[in-house]
Design a protein around this ligand. Structure first.
Ligand code: CMC
Length: 419
């Protein structure tokens, strides 16, 4: 949204100063529109890691990191997590509004019609080693979907994008389940769209994990999806790029890394060794981080972590795991970190992955599958963000600039004369 405020940049090298428009969002920090900067001054801006750069405008998700607030389409995450199910939230993220009962029935039916994957998929899967990491398998399978749906590949056709969105939301759980079944050498099961509920608490916990992971502004994997799709590639290829990015331990891979970290501390001797571990985390010469802690945007408690923490206690109580040594260790670690000045002064709080890993472990989900569950949930966010970008009249292929610091032009010396 435009605004009459301006920002003036002056230069000490004689370049004339430039006045730039300041854009106001519906909420959140103002944004300086630098699009004309290069054309007018011949200068770029420099912001590795996008610490101060808005890469797009968006109406989907809003985070206030200082307040610890997360809104999907304006609705607080707390209200969505307690009043809606995952598919209602998918409808909200994808189409902008929560569904009414008729819309919900229609949406659920559409998704359920697409849960099956092409039978060829299982032969594709056989190419993987049984011990392949599920995220390696998912990256391949999701990219592979583009080989099956030539009828919904055109990013510039809104109807095709919608069909791809439904296909992706519907097929991701099937692919994750197949990746698991393959890894344990069991036969695949065809998706059953109506299951009897075995345990309300566990179903609620899983649904909450899905809702809390559904979207999260312009995070690394979402930005990857946008950047990848900006070339006009097909939706399946772009989502596969998102899956690949999510895998990293600084992002979605943190839930698995967190559980592995707890396992290591447990092996070192458990709760008594937390102090020793925290010393390593604080040591600037070590690369050890407290996984499941810290966030680029949240400088207050991650609201998703608050909700996941609640679910964590509910699930542990339901399963009688309150005294499980690993879970006791996690709770002790959380307490110590929340009181330690290193974490307090840097505003490092537990993030959603700290608790989601514990919940998934308690439910019995194998640790290497955790990030694939995250990917399944985030798919709706990725595809909604991709659709938003393509429908934006200001959309252009993403092409960042650089500050070049390498060798300037030089001449090739024939190989015999190179020292
Ligand atoms: N353990 C120890 N120190 C940390 C941690 C941590 N988990 N996170 C940040 N710090 C320190 C960091 O060393 C730096 O200290 P100093 O100012 O003395 O150099 C300071 O806090 C700021 O950290 P940063 O690396 O500049 O922050 P960032 O915004 O670039 O990184 C992060 C954010 C999430 C990558 C980082 O906090 C981290 O690596 N956390 C652990 C991995 C994790 O749990 N990731 C999941 C994120 S939430 C799920 C999702 O949405 O993907």
């Amino acid at each position: 949204m435009s605004n009459n405020e301006k920002a003036t940049i002056t230069f000490s090298d004689g370049t004339p100063s430039i006045e730039l428009p300041v854009l106001k969002g519906a909420v959140g920090p103002d944004v300086i529109d630098i699009r004309k900067l290069y054309g007018t001054t011949g200068k770029f801006t420099y912001d590795p890691g996008f610490l101060s750069t808005a890469s797009c405008n968006s109406s989907i998700t809003y985070i206030d990191g200082d307040k610890g607030e997360l809104l999907y389409r304006g609705y607080p995450i707390e209200q969505l997590a307690t009043n809606c199910d995952f598919l209602e939230v998918c409808h909200l993220i994808l189409y902008g509004e929560l569904p009414n009962p008729a819309q919900k029935t229609d949406f659920v039916n559409r998704v359920m019609q697409h849960t099956m994957v092409n039978e060829q998929m299982q032969f594709f899967m056989r190419g993987f080693r049984r011990d392949a990491h599920p995220m390696a398998v998912m990256t391949g399978l999701v990219g592979g979907l583009s080989a099956f749906y030539p009828d919904s590949m055109n990013l510039h056709d809104a109807r095709q994008r919608d069909i791809s969105a439904i296909r992706l939301i519907a097929k991701m759980p099937t692919l994750v389940a197949m990746a698991y079944k393959y890894s344990v050498g069991q036969p695949y099961m065809y998706p059953r769209n109506k299951l009897s509920v075995v345990n309300d608490v566990l179903v609620r916990a899983l649904d909450r994990i899905f809702i809390l992971h559904a979207d999260h502004e312009q995070n690394a994997s979402t930005s990857t999806v946008r950047l990848c799709a900006s070339s006009g590639t097909n939706p399946f290829a772009a989502i596969a790029a998102g899956v690949a990015c999510l895998w990293g331990p600084a992002h979605g891979g943190a839930n698995e890394a967190c559980l592995n970290m707890l396992g290591e501390i447990q092996q070192m001797g458990g709760v008594e060794k937390i102090g020793e571990f925290i010393t390593k985390v604080k040591d600037k010469n070590s690369t050890v981080r407290l996984m499941g802690f810290g966030h680029r945007v949240y400088k207050n408690y991650d609201p998703r972590a608050k909700l996941m923490r609640e679910t964590c206690h509910e699930v542990l109580t339901e399963l009688g795991l309150g005294d499980d040594p690993l879970f006791k260790l996690a709770m002790a670690l959380e307490k110590i970190a929340l009181e330690d000045d290193y974490f307090v002064s840097r505003k490092l709080y537990p993030n959603v992955d700290f608790y989601s890993g514990i919940v998934q472990k308690a439910i019995g989900i194998p640790v290497p599958l955790f990030t694939a569950i995250f990917a399944l949930a985030r798919t709706v966010g990725w595809i909604a963000q991709l659709n938003e970008m393509i429908a934006d009249p200001e959309y252009k292929i993403a092409r960042p600039r650089q500050l070049f610091v390498g060798a300037t032009q030089r001449n090739v010396v024939p190989i015999a004369k190179r020292g």
